[in-house]
Design a protein around this ligand. Structure first.
Ligand code: FE2
Ligand code: FE2
Ligand code: FE2
Length: 166
């Protein structure tokens, strides 16, 4: 693929991904404020942006599960080892408590994501699927745990009965 087209696909993917996520969050907010159809519109268009993002990404990569696990591990590891420690330190230095908390939530959860993707990659390399019954996510901080959730989230303290199960 020509270099410029490839770069534009990457930029467009980033933009569509952000729009998708923003609209889902906006949809939740509209729902909470009682605007059911505004929420529906945000949700529907979020899906359209997902379609655009997927179409762009499929031309770049995203085909093979092993490649995708490697990409995921690379991304999570970068966030754990470089990005979030630096972001958190800056927020701390500047006294930005909200940002520090938000960066810390992500930092702690991404550590687990990297490890889980690693486990999954080892399984796939051995010709098997990832061995798991359930995956639980804390809706406050993104803490991620497989099979058995502890009583409370070890990162933010939320009761695990509020976790989202996958
Ligand atoms: Fe779009
Ligand atoms: Fe993550
Ligand atoms: Fe949490």
């Amino acid at each position: 693929m020509r270099k410029m087209t490839k770069e534009f696909l990457m930029h467009a993917f980033a933009g569509e991904s952000q729009a998708h996520m923003k609209y889902l969050i906006f949809s939740d907010k509209a729902e909470q404020q009682g605007y059911k159809n505004v929420a529906r519109l945000f949700r529907a268009i979020a899906y359209a942006e997902f379609v655009h993002a997927r179409n762009h990404l499929e031309l770049l990569n995203g085909k093979d599960v092993l490649d995708n696990l490697e990409t995921a591990i690379e991304g999570e590891t970068f966030e754990v080892e470089e990005m979030y420690p630096a972001y958190k330190a800056t927020a701390q230095l500047q006294g930005e408590k909200g940002a520090e908390r938000s960066f810390n939530f992500a930092l702690e959860a991404e550590k687990i994501h990297a490890a889980l993707y690693q486990e999954a990659m080892e399984a796939v390399k051995a010709g098997k699927d990832f061995d798991v019954k359930s995956i639980y996510i804390c809706p406050v901080c993104g803490y991620t745990v497989t099979n058995e959730a502890p009583d409370r989230c070890p990162i933010c303290g939320l009761k695990s009965e509020n976790f989202k199960q996958f």
